[in-house]
Design a protein. Structure first.
Length: 365
């Protein structure tokens, strides 16, 4: 079997907005989601789908695949997966094994795992070790609204959808207080800050938010590479810390060695795909750190995260950005069931079929 084509496809999916307060992500208003898809075709008619971190940086990730990594895959045997990914990793040494380069490799790696599962006739999670789980608990990852009433409204909606866990992207006390009031004491609440504070500021804010009993406070420190500072927040702030969505394998080793996190959050579309995700999970297990993957995506990256979570020996949660779309190429696969859980695909590979007609309709690059 040989790879004949590596194609990048960018789709833009408009969100359904139900509030006058528009959500924000990374400081910018968010009314649609960009998704970078990668399709790898072979000479035996088997194709695999992947996803690399896109959102507002998809042009850079796409360029790495189109002009560099994708060309290196042509003519290679996708069933020699480990060697191919290792070769691609080594070819990145001169351009940097992080950022868009690794996002690109992540997309290719996920697509190769999809092919591997289809060749074997098994879903990816079974290739990773198997699981008795047929569904996985999810958590509603609310976008940032910076408005207590709006956060309360979306928190109530998350409860009605069956979620038993929710995450806020808020950096002030009032929205957190409002969400806790709606959720009551039995629902887990997490707080993702997106790196806004110095260490001392983060400690003060963690102490302020601690009475609302969050399960974790996520990325409270700027810069995110300050692992010793993050450890101080966990030690003095009164809340468990979580981090790692932008980390590579070496970053996680540093996080663990510094006792900086209770929850590690590798992102399958950033860290190097399923191959590198497994290495992070193994490393975390050796340090006794919980893994709850970052998976704020709506394509193959979200499904790949589910397969990785299913193969873990410990229970974990599926992150689902709490936004709605009129149409999406994965249809119900990215929707929670009434109990707030996600169905684990059982067909070979990723186990889902992307809607090609809808991809064509939504394609922007």
């Amino acid at each position: 079997m040989k790879i004949t084509k590596v194609e990048t496809i960018v789709i833009n999916t408009p969100m359904i907005i139900t509030s006058k307060i528009l959500p924000k992500a990374s400081g910018q208003t968010r009314t649609s989601i960009d998704t970078l898809l990668v399709r790898i075709d072979t000479d035996e008619g088997i194709s695999g789908w992947g996803e690399g971190f896109g959102h507002r940086i998809y042009n850079a990730t796409k360029a790495v695949i189109d002009t560099f990594l994708g060309q290196m895959c042509i003519g290679k045997d996708p069933t020699a997966h480990a060697q191919l990914v290792e070769d691609l990793q080594r070819n990145l040494s001169g351009v940097g094994r992080n950022g868009p380069a690794m996002y690109a490799l992540s997309a290719i790696d996920i697509a190769l795992w999809d092919i591997a599962g289809k060749v074997a006739g098994l879903p990816i999670y079974r290739l990773l070790g198997g699981s008795t789980r047929k569904e996985l608990p999810g958590y509603a990852s609310l976008l940032r609204y910076a408005d207590a009433k709006t956060v309360a409204m979306y928190a109530e909606r998350a409860l009605k959808r069956g979620y038993k866990h929710m995450k806020l992207h808020e950096i002030t006390e009032a929205p957190v207080k409002a969400a806790r009031k709606v959720a009551g004491d039995d629902i887990s609440i997490m707080i993702d800050c997106n790196c806004p504070w110095t260490v001392s500021q983060a400690i003060t804010m963690a102490q302020t938010l601690a009475p609302y009993k969050p399960l974790w406070i996520e990325e409270p420190v700027w810069p995110p590479e300050d692992h010793r500072g993050l450890a101080k927040v966990q030690d003095m702030g009164g809340i468990n810390t979580a981090a790692g969505e932008n980390g590579m394998l070496a970053d996680f080793r540093s996080l663990f060695e510094n006792d900086a996190v209770t929850y590690a959050q590798p992102s399958v579309t950033k860290v190097g795909g399923i191959t590198m995700m497994r290495k992070v999970m193994t490393l975390a297990e050796s340090y006794g750190v919980n893994v709850v993957p970052h998976s704020a995506y709506f394509g193959p990256g979200l499904i790949a995260s589910m397969h990785c979570i299913a193969a873990m020996t410990q229970n974990s949660l599926v992150e689902r950005f709490d936004c709605d779309f009129a149409e999406t190429p994965l249809h119900d696969w990215i929707q929670p069931k009434k109990n707030g859980c996600f169905e684990l695909p059982q067909e070979p590979g990723l186990g889902v079929n992307l809607d090609l007609k809808l991809i064509k309709k939504l394609r922007v690059a």
